[in-house]
Design a protein around this ligand. Sequence first.
Ligand code: DER
Length: 215
Amino acid sequence: NINNEEKNALANLAVSLVKNKTIIGLGSGSTIGFFLEHLAVRMKEEKLQLKFIASSNKIAEQADKLNLQLIGIEDVPFIDQAFDGADRVDLNNNLIKGGGGSLFRERQVLLKAEQRYILADSSKFTKSLLGQIIPLEIVPFNASFTIKRIESLGYNIALRKDGDNNFITDNGNWIADVSTQKSVSPADIYEQLKLMSGVVEIGLFLNVDYYILQT
Ligand code: DER
């Protein structure tokens, strides 16, 4: 479908930017899945030497299947290039991420990278992040009370399900999706929710210098 065509085109553009003999950080999501498939082809053709750091077990498994060399994020002082996706991108290049539930490790990979590329198909772009749903990663211990405290700030919040169970992140935490008011800015939402005990990560990536790759 058109969306996959865009994602493939983005993936091919990103693959052309990969430098040889470097360490590549991988976000999670289907766009990065396409990126990995196309990069594996280029690696074979050009005998590229690359090492990979994965932001989720899911993308690690895909890299494994492609016989790519995975290393641990602690094995290196920095990552050369990180490639990731997003759920929303606004006019100031602020992002909402977390649709796939890998937002904590995705941010860690992006933080450690010298160059950060966000692959965003046209369906992701929006004028403003106001009023959007924002994923949180919360610790299961006392989570119902964490949720109550967030609701008392005026937010609607729902635990993300995986079938009948709660979705569990690679870090063993839960994801809660928060509906936000148009009247509250992403910066204020970030401030309010990121500081709450029990909240590990928020899917708002603000004022981070990325290269936004778009078709
Ligand atoms: O979870 C995330 O932030 C991912 O980057 C993701 O939501 C983007 O997913 P997609 O590449 O499958 O659209």
